[in-house]
Ligand binder design. Structure first.
Ligand code: GLN
Length: 482
């Protein structure tokens, strides 16, 4: 289903159609914060020229597919703002590896997508460009921090977009917008050129409308990169290879403690159990596991992530690049005022918290203990994967919430309680739509695999995709495609 490779339209026409769609809906949804028509048309012309020259067979399956990139990823010819005042005018001087690899696969770079400032948040409400709206219901958040990428795909502005996931920033917006959202194994995809928040947790991944597109995207972006010191020395694989395979004999476990958690929406729970039942009918062996240390995951995460973020963002000091406060008295005044004026309130909160965690006397009390707790969380997963291939969990406890509903930071932080443990362990996970709630909002399910077993993760997701048969679209999309 690639209209350019099918010969239904030229790549240039595809870019035209994409921008027409974005023009019609982006004002309202605010998924894109910058469009890159020069880059998109240049890429399209190259594809069209190759097709014209009879080289169509040499093009990969993603050739001519429009894509969006979260605005914490560098792309030469565009700005990279992290949706912060601090970097509002920052022009990329190089291109992130994952972005370059997706472009090298023949995709058409349409633009940069909205996000919570520096990827701190779960609702995209902290962006300096204003919030992104959920295409399913404009009064609801699209999730975050990669809310712009999620909404762009959900609204069918682009079929594929990249995001980053430190504690759930791909899966949680995926869940809120009814998209297939993959966070690969830690170190599977290079983070070179992506603004680091928490280097031991950050991972690049994707949003798509189908499991197949998710697999094709991972084919393109994964693989070793010497510019990311944590990048795994593993080649990319063909992640589409097992998509049609039966799940017969696959060992699948439900996380008992998550499904019994207080506050889990009964509609979400029912849809997860329906998915598990479908896998069982198809021959999977179903069991239960417990991840008891997940209870400490949010506290552990907020110590580690803020500590690492405070160190990563120390480079934003008003001297090297980005914002600089004017009329300062001396260099200390310049540092202080630049950081106070450049960062929004949530970013400041995180950086103050992280600096505190790492300060003398607190390091042992907080950071060191958090690292130990992290090991316990990780061991829970290792134990589970000794007996099972796939773990099933909720992605979120609720469907998309209303703007302003989580003013208290702790309540906001808790919205990631089912996604954060996965980042602490470093395993791979995917969120996909599992139905529609009575209110008309997407429900979702999270699948988790062992390290580097994305092939089985995607195989299971493909089986569930066939059984859920989720074909609903946000209303404005349904109207335009009807
Ligand atoms: N919502 C989480 C947070 O605010 C996760 C962010 C992320 O994954 N970048 O930290």
């Amino acid at each position: 289903m690639n209209p350019v490779l099918n010969g239904d339209m030229t790549a240039r026409e595809c870019v035209d159609a994409t921008y027409t769609e974005i023009d019609a809906h982006n004002k309202e949804i605010n998924a894109f914060v910058e469009l890159t028509p020069d880059l998109a048309y240049a890429a399209a012309d190259e594809i069209d020229a190759r097709i014209k020259a009879g080289q169509k067979d040499e093009l990969g399956p993603l050739a001519g597919v429009p894509v969006g990139f979260k605005d914490n990823m560098n792309l030469i010819g565009s700005k990279m703002t992290c949706c912060s005042n601090f970097l509002k005018d920052f022009e990329s001087v190089y291109t992130a590896t994952a972005v370059q690899r997706l472009i090298d696969a023949g995709t058409l770079p349409i633009g940069k997508t909205n996000m919570d400032e520096f990827a701190f948040g779960s609702s995209t409400e902290t962006s300096v460009f204003g919030p992104t709206k959920n295409p399913w219901n404009l009064e609801r958040v699209p999730g975050g921090s990669s809310g712009g990428s999620a909404a762009a795909v959900a609204a069918r502005m682009v079929p594929i977009a990249l995001g980053s996931d430190t504690g759930g920033s791909i899966r949680q917006p995926g869940a809120f917008t009814g998209t297939v959202a993959l966070k690969p194994t830690y170190s599977r995809v290079s983070r070179f050129g992506v603004t680091g928040v928490s280097s031991s947790l950050d991972q690049v991944g994707s949003f798509a409308t189908t499991v197949k597109d998710t697999a094709l995207t991972l084919n393109a972006i994964s693989g070793h990169d010497r510019f990311d010191t944590m990048s795994a020395k593993r080649d990319s694989e063909d992640f589409t290879a097992k998509l049609d395979s039966s799940v017969k004999g696959l060992r699948v476990a439900v996380v008992k403690d998550y499904l019994e958690a207080d506050g889990l929406d009964p509609e979400i729970k029912a849809s997860i159990l329906a998915g598990v039942a479908a896998l069982e009918t198809q021959g999977a062996q179903i069991g239960e596991v417990s991840l008891p240390h997940s209870e400490y995951a949010i506290s552990t995460y907020y110590i580690i992530m803020t500590a690492e973020a405070s160190s990563n963002l120390a480079r934003l000091d008003g001297i090297r690049y980005g914002a600089r406060a004017q009329d300062t008295k001396d260099v200390v005044d310049l540092y202080l005022r630049t950081r106070a004026e450049g960062f929004g309130p949530e970013t400041r909160r995180r950086l103050i918290m992280g600096t505190y965690m790492l300060s003398a006397g607190h390091y042992d009390k907080y950071f060191d203990r958090a690292l130990r707790a992290r090991t316990l969380v990780k061991q829970d997963f290792e134990k589970a994967f000794a007996d099972y291939d796939i773990i099933v969990a909720p992605t979120t406890a609720t469907t998309a919430f209303e703007f302003g509903a989580k003013q208290d930071p702790l309540t906001m932080y808790l919205s990631d309680r089912f996604t954060v443990p996965v980042n602490l362990a470093g395993v791979a996970a995917l969120s996909m739509p599992s139905g529609l709630s009575q209110e008309g909002l997407p429900l979702s399910i999270q699948l988790i695999s062992n390290y580097y077993d994305e092939a089985t993760l995607l195989q299971t997701a493909a089986a569930l995709e066939r059984s859920y048969d989720f074909t609903e679209l946000p209303s404005h999309v349904a109207e335009t495609t009807a």
